[in-house]
Design a protein. Structure first.
Length: 258
């Protein structure tokens, strides 16, 4: 818990430092879900546009949340990035990150643990794409950007959890400008000051989408792909509302980096 609190306080201090501007919308949706009684599992799912998305995003949470592990997210993190030595492994495990192995598929311990945590009413955050995809790399069809496909582990979690969790789509904007991909050393490790960041929490998935997920869960077929698509579409729809048809990728802001 000390790791979570320390990192959360650091992120909150950064967001309030004046080095960047921040707008937050819809945080009350997440607060209501986490504080609901009786307790239900909560899934937030978002785009993934920089290496700082997590943990910096969670600096927007109310201060008391940072000191309560039940009100802080668990997430899945890549073994080859976050768990590369004993010090990092200790840090990230204590930071509520589940070690996930690329290429090992959807049947691995981290996914099993995520399901178990939802069953006990915890909060799981998912980056559905499974890796950073900055908006300038999105495919564009007829002038409209498309979010990359989500990994089927998302669908497995929702198909196998005992009871459907509260599902909240999120959209992150501007973090790609804070930590652009492709910069040379040492700049790739240094956040760029003066960026405009936004964190948007959508309303929990509407009843019609939850009903569709429940029908897919009840069917005997393997519907992981279909369930995953529902969540991807919800995140993409929120992205269009916040960032427009380009999903934040129609600018030439990378010119002149670092």
């Amino acid at each position: 818990m000390l790791t979570v609190a320390a990192v959360g306080l650091t992120c909150k201090a950064f967001l309030r430092s004046g080095l960047c501007s921040l707008s937050v919308d819809g945080l009350h949706h997440l607060q209501a879900a986490l504080e609901a009684q009786p307790r239900r599992g909560v899934v937030t799912v978002s785009n993934h546009i920089s290496t700082l998305d997590d943990p910096v995003t969670w600096g927007v949470l109310p201060l008391p949340y940072l000191f309560n592990s039940r009100l802080m997210r668990w997430t899945l993190g890549a073994s080859d990035i976050m768990f590369t030595n004993p010090v990092f492994s200790y840090f990230f495990r204590n930071g509520q990150v589940l070690e996930t192995f690329r290429g090992k598929g959807i049947y691995q311990p981290s996914v099993d643990t995520a399901i178990a945590k939802l069953d006990r009413g915890d909060w799981i955050h998912l980056f559905g794409e499974g890796k950073v995809n900055q908006p300038d790399t999105y495919a564009v069809l007829d002038g409209v950007a498309r979010l990359p496909r989500f990994r089927w582990g998302v669908g497995r979690i929702l198909q196998e959890v005992r009871a459907p969790p509260i599902i909240i789509p999120m959209w992150l904007n501007g973090f790609n400008k804070l930590m652009p991909e492709g910069r040379p050393f040492p700049y790739k490790y240094i956040p760029r000051a003066g960026q405009e960041l936004s964190v948007t929490f959508g309303a929990p998935l509407a009843a019609d989408k939850m009903d569709r997920i429940e029908r897919l869960r009840a069917a005997e077929d393997d519907n992981r792909s279909a369930i995953t698509s529902i969540l991807r579409d919800a995140v993409e729809e929120l992205g269009y509302r916040v960032s427009g048809p380009s999903l934040g990728g129609a600018e030439t802001w990378k010119d002149g980096l670092p």
